[in-house]
Ligand binder design. Structure first.
Ligand code: PMP
Length: 456
């Protein structure tokens, strides 16, 4: 122990393998240890306060210290602290939550499958799609499309769907039968002078060409986040979903809406699918389902998919998929209470009230010398840092500018997230206008302080 030292930071370096961390840099840098949270702020072990501009990882919608969620968990812990729903067992928190989600779905959905994370929900969706096509006697219709810069998780299948090189490199991914369509980022990928609508038309044509090249009888589904989150908060161009959905329908390709970030009010509607005009066959959600207080995720499926799975199960027996903690009663109780709070406090109404200020201040940052684009919807957004606003040239090496601004924001008491050279903001939904102003005041100071570092 003496060689390691007793501080939490040295023990962290000694024992913790960190997710999504530069492992080499961490050996020198060590961790920022967060000790407690209150409202939209978290506090480190030296009692420094930070506004959590990312709601942890896009999830703590109600902020920290929501006593009703603590009580919901404690009450359920006392009553039935753990149980499963395999083999015809069930329990009320799971049933209630499934019923509630079906009632809230953006399009008619038939059944809910529960898992523990966004990755597991999407992994389940992949398996359901394969099961469904086997049930329909279409063993070749199994390929799945996602998009460059899309994010769907880190399991073997979902990391394959994720369209970010770092999730594939050295992990021997993607697996077979998964490919990526083009990223609908107008700022980076549109041709000079191309309008949003023209860009959307071209993306839909490219999607159709891709499906035809793969063979329409082999393409089963496409995964889309309504607004891409971890790929840098990309808002697709106007008319995009309308146009790509027409292509998917034409070739009988299912649409999966990955609502892991966009669900539960983030974009100013209950679902991102509503904001973006999507009619998914499968919807996955997680994160804000429980305000991030406990791990729980859900997959909703259309009746056509459910019915085919039932028919298959009639032939082969048990549906061979499920997690020990599918519909964990404590997580389900916390999710139910979270949904009750959203309704009672009119969370969507609050987002609609404060989002105009958030978006106004976000877009004003486009005038900053380091910012090429400011983009977002509702209470989610990002700025993209560039070395040259006219040519859109990035700073070299890519990622450094993001890391610099990220670090300076933290020094100014604001937690943001750098994805390459995009800086994302996704604060708790409960954030006040006063705190929104503080977020942008602090981010502006961090950007100003970054100028001499990046240009110096
Ligand atoms: N889908 C999306 C859109 C996400 O943003 C994430 C996580 N950021 C995931 C899936 C994976 O969720 P998890 O980390 O809970 O596995």
């Amino acid at each position: 122990m003496s060689a390691i030292g007793n501080s939490a930071a040295s023990r962290d370096k000694a024992f913790v393998l960190h997710p999504y961390t530069n492992l080499h840099a961490h050996e020198t840098q060590g961790p920022l240890i967060i000790e407690r949270g209150e409202g939209v702020r978290v506090y480190d072990d030296a009692n420094n306060a930070y506004i959590e501009g990312m709601a942890s990882l896009w999830c703590v919608s109600l902020g920290w210290g929501e006593e009703r969620l603590v009580q919901a968990a404690a009450n359920q812990m006392r009553k039935l602290s753990s149980y499963h729903i395999f083999g015809h067992k069930s329990h009320e928190p799971g049933i209630d939550l499934a019923e509630k989600l079906i009632g809230l779905a953006p399009v008619p959905m038939s059944k809910v499958f529960f898992a523990n994370s966004g990755s597991e929900a999407n992994d389940t969706a992949v398996k359901l799609i394969w099961y469904y096509n086997n049930a329909l006697g279409r063993p070749d219709k199994k390929k799945i499309l996602a998009r460059v810069r899309g994010y769907h998780g880190v399991t073997v299948a979902t990391a394959s769907l994720t369209g970010l090189p770092n999730n594939h490199r050295d992990f021997d991914l993607p697996i077979a039968r998964i490919s990526h369509a083009d990223c609908p980022h107008h700022y980076r990928n549109a041709k000079p002078g191309e309008s949003e609508e023209e860009f959307a038309t071209r993306l839909a044509e490219q999607l159709e060409a891709q499906i035809l090249a793969e063979g329409p009888d082999t393409v089963a589904a496409m995964f889309c986040e309504p607004i891409m989150g971890a790929g840098g908060v990309v808002v697709p161009p106007a008319t995009y979903y309308e146009k790509i959905q027409a292509v998917l329908k034409k070739y009988d390709v299912l649409l999966v809406a990955d609502e892991v970030i966009c669900g539960f009010g983030r974009t100013g509607n209950f679902w991102g699918s509503q904001t973006m005009g999507m009619q998914p066959d499968i919807l996955t959600c997680a994160k804000q389902l429980s305000s991030g207080y406990l791990p729980i995720s859900a997959v909703m499926v259309s009746d056509a998919i459910y019915r085919a799975c039932v028919d298959e199960s009639k032939k082969i027996g048990t549906f061979g998929h499920g997690y020990t903690y599918s519909a964990h009663p404590v997580a389900a109780a916390v999710a139910l209470e979270t949904l009750a709070i959203y309704q009672e406090r009119d969370m969507i109404g609050h987002v609609r009230d404060v989002a105009p200020l958030f978006q106004r201040r976000l877009r004003a940052l486009a005038d900053h010398p380091l910012v090429g684009e400011a983009r977002g919807v509702g209470l989610i957004g990002a700025i993209e840092l560039v070395a040259d606003k006219t040519t859109k040239a990035t700073f070299e090496p890519v990622g450094r500018a993001g890391a610099v601004v990220n670090g300076l924001a933290q020094e100014h008491g604001l937690i943001v997230r750098a994805m390459g050279d995009s800086i994302a903001l996704c604060p708790p939904l409960v954030i006040s206008e006063e705190d929104i102003n503080q977020v942008f005041d602090r981010l502006t100071k961090a950007l100003d302080a970054a100028i001499p570092v990046l240009r110096g």
